[in-house]
Design a protein around this ligand. Structure first.
Ligand code: CA
Length: 429
């Protein structure tokens, strides 16, 4: 997916919503995943068999699943693990990118202008797709723009080699092995020739950056040439994304979210925990107001929404509707979903710059996040295993700490919060 947009950051700083269905390789994998992300996992390495032994085992398994021996030999001719893939898999960036910088590059003027031109150029195809899989063209073009810069950057890695490298290495090898076997099935089904099966280092393929298992389940042949070609056919790619979003619960005609203004005093920021839902009327009763009249004329009053503060209580605030969750199923990163939402608004000519971001704030480094988690655990606020990844547990621990300390309980770990935690810890010990 979005290595170039620093997906590692998105996961840690923008908040994984554990209640969401997973769509990346960090989260549980029982449900379909579209993109795979560049994160290191803590799965311990198991003993690695010899390459020849591993290949022989894989070959047997593939053939037992119906893969032709000749195809297997072709796909693995001259195979050697790709050192770049190993390096990418093991990289753990020390510093992460703030959400506003991510959004600046995601919703860039180039991407908006190019997306608008493509909406016109592909209007007929997009309308036909919308008629079959009810998802708005602006959303599909936004996904297309984010995943592959509208088909320009589909990745240059041979998918079989990347996935075989990851499957052989031992880290999360079961997941990668199942993706590898799915990729072999795709080759066998004749949708793409081996040399054309290109993707990211993590095996996300083509213009939609589908993982192989997602491809097998959701890719469609919209231009009816007999092949589901998400690499070379924009119609197939856009329709495949539409099919995926539609089956992920996308509700045509509904917004993804609405930017709101919170009261300046006395607001309970702990309501923004991603779990509690309220209707627009209930939020209004708490002093929350819409920043624009987008919702006028739409029947949104009784829709359940959650409050989302991407950079804590000092930044913009959004009420999220169910469609935001559908985008998260494509890629389980709240920054990604926010970027898709804002980009689609911009493509519809309905973009308004969000309220001011706290750009004066410094992001915590990985080391500082580990320190924060360790100290919170010591203070009795259970933050889970200190791994530098700020997930739901860490956010809840931060929120509880803030409540005890009488701080705005937004669950957002910034520099000031770390200092407060340090202070409390030094008093306690
Ligand atoms: Ca096709």
């Amino acid at each position: 997916m979005l290595e170039r947009l620093s997906s590692f950051f998105i996961l840690i700083m923008a908040g994984l919503l554990s209640s969401q269905v997973s769509a990346n390789t960090l989260a549980p994998l029982a449900l379909p995943s579209v993109s795979s992300t560049a994160t290191a996992s803590n799965t311990p390495l198991t003993a690695v068999p010899s390459l020849a032994q591993w290949r022989a085992d894989l070959r047997m398994e593939a053939i037992s699943q119906g893969i032709a021996p000749l195809l297997f030999e072709q796909a693995f001719a001259g195979f050697s693990p790709d050192p770049q893939v190993i390096a990418a898999d093991q990289s753990q960036p020390e510093f992460s990118r703030p959400v506003w910088e991510y959004l600046d590059s995601a919703v860039s003027s180039w991407r908006v202008a190019r997306g608008k031109a493509l909406l016109v150029e592909h209007a007929k195809t997009l309308q036909a797709i919308e008629a079959r899989y009810p998802v708005e063209p602006s959303i599909l073009v936004a996904v297309w723009g984010m995943e592959s810069s509208f088909g320009r950057q589909i990745g240059s890695k041979n998918v079989i080699r990347s996935l075989a490298t990851l499957a052989y290495q031992g880290r999360r090898s079961d997941f990668w092995r199942s993706q590898l076997l799915a990729a072999l099935h795709i080759l066998q089904e004749g949708d793409i020739i081996p040399s054309g099966m290109l993707g990211s280092w993590a095996g996300a393929m083509g213009q939609t950056q589908f993982m192989p298992t997602t491809y097998r389940q959701y890719a469609v042949d919209f231009d009816a040439d007999g092949r589901r070609d998400i690499w070379n056919s924009s119609a197939d790619a856009l329709a495949s994304a539409a099919n995926y979003l539609s089956l992920s619960g996308w509700q045509h005609g509904q917004p993804w979210g609405l930017e709101v203004q919170l009261p300046t005093r006395g607001f309970n920021y702990a309501l923004a925990d991603g779990v509690q839902t309220k209707s627009l009327s209930q939020w209004r009763a708490l002093g929350v107001t819409l920043r624009s009249d987008t919702a006028n004329g739409q029947n949104l009053e009784q829709q359940p929404t959650t409050l989302f503060l991407p950079s804590g209580h000092q930044g913009p605030a959004y009420l999220l509707l169910d469609n935001f969750r559908s985008i998260l199923k494509y890629n389980n990163s709240t920054s990604y979903a926010l970027a898709i939402g804002l980009l689609s608004n911009a493509l519809e000519g309905d973009y308004r710059a969000p309220a001011a971001w706290p750009k004066h704030e410094r992001m915590l480094s990985r080391q500082e996040r580990i320190e924060l988690q360790t100290l919170l655990n010591q203070l009795g606020f259970s933050s889970g295993n200190p791994d530098g990844i700020i997930g739901v547990n860490s956010r809840q621990a931060v929120r509880s700490f803030q409540q005890v300390q009488g701080l705005p309980a937004d669950g957002y770990p910034n520099d000031a919060l770390l200092n407060s935690v340090r202070k409390a810890a030094s008093k306690a010990y």
